[in-house]
Design a binder for this molecule. Structure first.
Ligand code: NDP
Length: 343
């Protein structure tokens, strides 16, 4: 009895208490505790170190999740292993959800929608923080790398527009565009973000979309038109940007955050005529399309960081109990770069 008592691990987890109605609120979530079962053959016991809050947690319909644990990824440390591929101390990225401790079958994929990504041991980040496994060296980094390069296929000298430009994916896309020799224009939600984009990571132009008219901003910064548009935001802003695109422009449709909290889906200008006349190509994607090339993205992004070509930002909130707060603040734009919670 003494041995089994010693092995009992209590986990904290956040469950979704209600369906979101508009902007998520603190009382949409409930913190509960549970006792974990002992580790069986093929399983590992993990302790979450860093947790991710991402826009998809609001963008997806989570109504089926009410009463259950919130979905999400984390970087966790293996405390105990009965799986041949893991040993205590390994750092693992996995979609274990909003929970502090996990007993997981090491071979099982987990996640929302179709993430085929099984938990994996973090590659060597060469001294950089393991939290980057949730950001620039993880899913958002790969979203920027594959979603921009594979769909926009940017060429040197072309003009690229990206919005949510000071967020995890947006700031990364803009910097890849610079690496590829493009002109980059960004839209973000505060003057401080705009200054950082221009002064720290070399955006050719950046605007606070809450203060400027997008049409006027593009007339000023892209008088010869836009060739590639990496769309994180959707809605009316996207319609205006597409109306300013050149013949054979490419649009990578990554996210639509402007409507995630909407209780009534907003209307945007009809753009079909523009698509036809300008012969634009629009393509939506989910980053897991490139699951077979996952490590290629991480390796390239790490190389760019080490070469000084790629900068990143993280907004770290301390304390697992602050996950809902960090999530709500990220949706409000309070984050700069990747929003992460440190246990
Ligand atoms: P971010 O770090 O960019 O955080 C979200 C940002 O969105 C906020 O900081 C805020 O910045 C901005 N935002 C919030 N509301 C609005 C609004 N109404 N209009 C314009 N901007 C708004 O998150 P990520 O980098 O993780 O994600 C960026 C986008 O990419 C999201 O749309 C997400 O859904 C999508 N995504 C898609 C993936 C895929 O596989 N297709 C994978 C990963 C992400 P600001 O201050 O500028 O308003």
């Amino acid at each position: 009895i003494a041995v089994s008592l010693l092995r009992m691990v209590q986990s904290k987890k956040w469950i979704l208490a209600k369906v979101f109605d508009g902007t998520p609120k603190q009382d949409d979530f409930k913190l509960v505790e549970e006792e974990l079962p002992p580790v069986q053959d093929g399983e590992i016991l993990l302790e979450g170190l860093y947790f991710s809050v991402d826009p998809y947690m609001r963008g997806y319909d989570l109504s089926g999740l009410v009463g259950h644990q919130m979905v999400g990824s984390q970087v966790a440390k293996v405390l105990e292993s009965k799986h041949k591929d893991y040993k205590p101390g390994d750092l693992v990225m996995g979609y274990f959800g909003w929970r502090s401790h996990t007993v997981h079958h090491g071979d099982k994929s987990l996640g929302l929608g179709d993430p085929k990504i099984k938990p994996y041991i973090l590659p060597d980040f060469q001294g950089l923080s393991p939290s980057l496994g949730l950001g620039v060296l993880g899913m958002p980094g790969n979203t920027a790398y594959f979603g921009f390069l594979e769909i926009c296929k940017p060429k040197a000298g072309e003009t690229v527009v990206v919005n949510a430009a000071a967020g995890a994916v947006g700031m990364h896309v803009g910097q890849i565009a610079k690496i590829k020799g493009c002109r980059v224009i960004g839209f973000a939600g505060s003057d401080e973000k705009v200054e950082w984009l221009k002064n720290e990571i070399g955006f050719d132009a950046a605007y606070n979309y809450k203060k400027v008219e997008v049409e006027k901003a593009l007339a000023e910064s892209a008088p010869s038109g836009v060739d590639c548009y990496f769309d994180n935001v959707g809605g009316e802003m996207s319609s205006i940007i597409m109306e300013n695109m050149n013949l054979f422009g490419r649009v990578s449709v990554c996210g639509s955050i402007s409507s995630y909290n909407a209780t009534v889906k907003p209307k945007a200008t009809v753009i079909q005529g523009t698509l036809i006349k300008r012969q634009l190509k629009l393509e939506g994607f989910l980053v897991y399309r490139w699951d077979d090339r996952w490590m290629e993205g991480i390796k390239q992004n790490l190389e760019w960081i080490k070469e000084g070509k790629l900068k990143y930002q993280e907004t770290i909130t301390n304390g697992f109990e602050n996950m809902p707060k960090a999530f709500i603040e990220m949706l409000e734009g309070k984050n700069f770069g990747k929003a992460v919670i440190k246990a």
